[in-house]
Design a protein around this ligand. Structure first.
Ligand code: HEM
Ligand code: HEM
Length: 213
């Protein structure tokens, strides 16, 4: 079978992916520590100050995360063909068909999937939901971070009291943990079944697509 090499992910998208993924790992670990400081909190008041250190790392990672989200929002409109929302959201007949075929392929009712350079419509929809969850997580995070700022506190209509916002922010973490688990599994599964070099594409930018006869 002949394969063609296609350049699909720009440098900016790959920077976004790894900044987003790695900052989420840091934010999850430090966030869960803030939620439940699992080392002995008797350490507080001694020379070490673990919750404050974890909060500091959380906020550093939060700014990397925010930068990544802004990059992706920009690429949704100004990215290359594969990166624009139009290419993967199920809002066109082509993508709706792809959504159906991808689902059938994933439950082993359809042997072949449509060869396309970008995301399939199912993955693309999940990525947009994840981006929306990231915006929500970031806004609730800044709402918690700046209780003295009138601008940020105008979001009270959405997040409620600081306590309620903290709870919503905490619930968001479970979405990201579940997402990461399924995402890495699906990428590995696709890499094995479709042999397009999917995982390496998020490092190199290149995918290998079967030539249509
Ligand atoms: C712009 C991004 C973010 C900002 C500014 C931010 C900020 C904050 C702030 C201010 C707190 C409260 C700390 C405290 O009460 O001492 C917090 C808690 C927390 N954050 Fe974030 N955060 C962000 C993104 C994230 C992300 C992406 C995750 C995980 C996916 C996350 C997970 C958590 C967790 C688990 C807590 C503890 C909540 C609790 O105590 O129940 N954060 N964050
Ligand atoms: C071992 C770790 C990871 C690998 C190998 C990996 C691999 C990939 C690959 C191959 C794609 C493109 C898939 C496609 O075309 O549909 C992708 C996209 C994506 N990944 Fe990951 N990923 C990893 C970790 C993560 C983590 C931890 C997150 C966030 C929690 C994440 C978030 C995303 C998002 C949001 C996209 C969509 C990119 C876009 O907006 O176009 N990834 N990843």
């Amino acid at each position: 079978m002949l394969y063609e090499r296609h350049y699909v992910w720009s440098v900016l998208l790959r920077i976004y992916h790894w900044a987003f993924a790695l900052s989420i790992v840091v934010l999850t670990v430090t966030g869960l520590y803030i939620h439940f400081p699992w080392t002995n909190t008797m350490l507080e008041g001694s020379t070490s100050f673990p919750v404050a250190t974890m909060r500091y790392i959380h906020f550093l990672a939060a700014f990397v995360f925010t930068g990544a989200v802004i990059i992706r929002l920009y690429l949704l409109i100004f990215g290359n063909r594969q990166e624009r929302f139009w290419d993967f959201l199920p809002v066109t007949p082509r993508n709706l068909r792809n959504l159906l075929h991808t689902n059938l392929h994933y439950i082993y009712l359809r042997r072949h999937h449509e060869v396309r350079p970008g995301h399939n419509a199912l993955a693309g929809t999940v990525y947009i939901v994840t981006l929306a969850a990231a915006v929500f997580q970031g806004l609730s995070g800044f709402y918690l971070l700046y209780p003295e700022s009138a601008t940020w506190q105008s979001l009270q209509v959405i997040f409620g009291s600081q306590m309620e916002a903290r709870f919503l922010h905490y619930l968001g973490v479970w979405y990201f943990m579940f997402y990461a688990l399924v995402h890495v599994y699906m990428c590995a599964w696709n890499d094995v079944v479709s042999k397009e070099g999917l995982i390496s594409s998020i490092f190199s930018g290149y995918k290998y697509l079967r030539n249509r006869p």
